[in-house]
Write a new protein. Structure first.
Ligand code: ZN
Length: 584
């Protein structure tokens, strides 16, 4: 520390004792989050607004999604405490417009307390995603393969690396637009790192790797699931295709999503055409990939609960397509296509809702007792709901390990009509209910799952691909005092009316009060949209796969965080291994 800096430090008022350099920046935000310099005078530029609590030397640079510098907007400028703006027109230091993608403003302040930097994402794209309330939407991105599984291989090129490169670029664009993102991995690893037997069949196999990806999306109650792949085709064969499952109750939505994705992939890939290469449209196809498939007891007990697709953006059989997949521009164009497809999907889908549990019912309660929950419901569809058209329901469904993936309707405990809700608007509702009889849950020793869903007419939104909020409850038996029947005819007590003591302690029901809720846990925490994530710590965000042992106890919590913090993207590492034809 130089003499001047020391003097500055000493000269600071006493009230700042214990202050840290980070306190120098009291706010930093970008507006608009999505901008597009096309000369319409509306979103041609974007602006970083920041406020300083004390004097500092300030620099502002523009970086790409991974943190690499592109342009300097403000060079070591001395600024007093106060509010400042710096805007950017989407041009690099050489004056050309940059590619549509995610970028970062990096604000660096220096004074006697030290040096501090923070990043704010911004997205350059034609459209903002669900501008009514982007933070109400969660996108699950699953970069196919990873770690020991390279996916398709051609020479030194691995599918897993391209999948991740595309996924990280898409993720940054979505974060820039204010959308929540949950990733199954953000580096070159398997997802099921704890080698958990997710399918509970006594062995840990590749299906458990796929199941762990599903768990992360379900735990976040994501709106859509994108399994990003590139095809393992025979040499010389290229092309683009998108898969969906047509057996789901929300198959029509899956198909719409798949068609939208495929159309945008073709549109964006055409911008890369050359005199010798043109993208080949292999179409939209249906197959029950494990990460997309329907519920099947004993095989897939917890399928993805939301619409999903598995696009193969390019094919490794084509030497030119491999080159595109190894280029930043190629991966970015594919990410743009997914971004645009998501914009279109969220602007037109029929149903969308987000639940936040504001106040949970107790984990254990007496049968017949009056309880309540408080739930915030957000209409994340593009349409307004008229008063009473949508009702919130609370049902009790049979306890199964972790959470119900069967979409069982259960026994209705409460139905609360919702008020009118504009697109993107929220309401909080109290849900009073009576705890069901212990006898309804004897098979699981009193365990039941409380499930919050929405109902429109006869359509349960869970059936339409809106993952319900689920929570465990243990029902306590209130044993009736043994009625010592007077001299009358001895009423021979018919069979053992399940008394709590002989209730079979179900092997797969959490015996200890399961405090954590499977679907809730990861989502309950956030409340804060991805807006203000300091980039200081380029941590591995969510990737960490569930490490919970697949015992019966508390439902495992996959570690993916929905409130995804911007991260320094991993620079795709090459890997090597043997060819595997593209499973998942
Ligand atoms: Zn693959």
């Amino acid at each position: 520390m130089g003499l001047v800096a020391q003097l500055l430090f000493v000269a600071l008022p006493a009230t700042t004792a214990g202050a840290s350099i980070a306190d120098t920046v009291t706010m930093a935000s970008v507006s608009p989050r999505v901008f597009f310099p096309n000369g319409d005078g509306v979103t041609d530029t974007t602006r970083l607004h920041y406020e300083l609590s004390r004097r500092a030397t300030v620099s502002v640079t523009i970086r790409d999604y991974a943190g690499r510098g592109l342009r300097t907007l403000r060079v070591a400028t001395a600024q007093a405490a106060g509010a400042y703006n710096v805007s950017w027109n989407g041009r690099s230091s050489t004056g050309g417009l940059v590619q549509d993608a995610a970028y970062r403003f990096r604000l660096t302040v220096t004074n006697g307390l030290g040096t501090f930097s923070l990043d704010r994402y911004v997205t350059k794209a034609r459209h903002a995603i669900y501008p009514q309330n982007p933070g109400s939407i969660t996108v699950a991105i699953d970069p196919g393969h990873g770690g020991p599984d390279p996916g398709a291989v051609r020479g030194t090129a691995n599918e897993k690396t391209a999948n991740l490169g595309i996924a990280m670029r898409l993720r940054a664009m979505l974060l820039g637009a204010g959308v929540r993102v949950v990733m199954t991995r953000t580096s070159d690893t398997r997802v099921n790192r704890g080698l958990v037997d997710w399918t509970r069949d006594g062995k840990v196999v590749y299906r458990d790797e796929l199941a762990s990806r599903i768990e992360i999306a379900n735990a976040a109650r994501a709106d859509v699931f994108l399994a990003l792949h590139n095809n393992g085709t025979p040499p010389g064969v290229g092309g683009t295709e998108t898969w969906y499952d047509r057996t789901r109750t929300f198959a029509a939505t899956n198909r719409t999503l798949a068609t939208t994705v495929q159309t945008q992939l073709m549109t964006f890939l055409r911008t890369l055409r050359t005199s010798t290469w043109y993208p080949k449209d292999r179409g939209v196809k249906a197959l029950d990939f494990y990460v997309l498939r329907s519920y099947l007891p004993g095989y897939c007990d917890r399928p993805t609960l939301m619409p999903g697709v598995l696009p193969e953006s390019l094919a490794m059989g084509s030497a030119y397509e491999v080159r595109l997949l190894q280029s930043s521009r190629g991966m970015q164009v594919i990410a743009e296509a997914y971004y645009e497809a998501l914009y279109r999907f969220f602007a037109t889908r029929t149903w969308g809702a987000r639940y936040d549990l504001i106040s949970a019912p107790p984990a254990t309660a007496d049968e017949g007792s009056a309880q309540s929950a408080r739930v915030r419901v957000t209409n994340s569809s593009p349409r307004a709901w008229v008063a009473g058209a949508v009702s919130l329901t609370l049902s009790s469904v049979p306890a199964v390990p972790w959470y119900d993936g069967s979409n069982a309707p259960g026994t209705r405990l409460a139905t609360i009509p919702l008020p009118a809700l504009a697109a993107g608007a929220s309401t909080e509702v109290d849900v009073p209910f009576t705890v069901p009889a212990y006898a309804t849950a004897t098979a699981r020793g009193g365990m039941t799952i409380l499930k919050v869903d929405l109902l429109s007419g006869t359509t349960r939104l869970a059936t339409a691909g809106v993952p319900p909020l689920q929570r465990w409850m243990t029902i306590r038996s209130v044993a009736p005092p043994p009625t010592p029947t007077p001299s009358e005819t001895p009423t021979p007590t018919e069979g053992p009316t399940a008394s709590p003591t002989d209730a079979p302690t179900a092997t797969d029901a959490p015996t200890d009060a399961p405090t954590a809720t499977p679907t809730d846990a990861p989502i309950a925490t956030p409340t804060e949209a991805p807006t203000e994530a300091p980039t200081e710590a380029p941590t591995e965000a969510p990737t960490e796969a569930p490490t919970a042992a697949p015992t019966d106890s508390p439902p495992p919590t996959p570690t993916a965080t929905p409130t995804d913090a911007p991260t320094d993207a991993p620079t795709a590492e090459p890997g090597s291994a043997s060819p595997v034809p593209n499973p998942s």
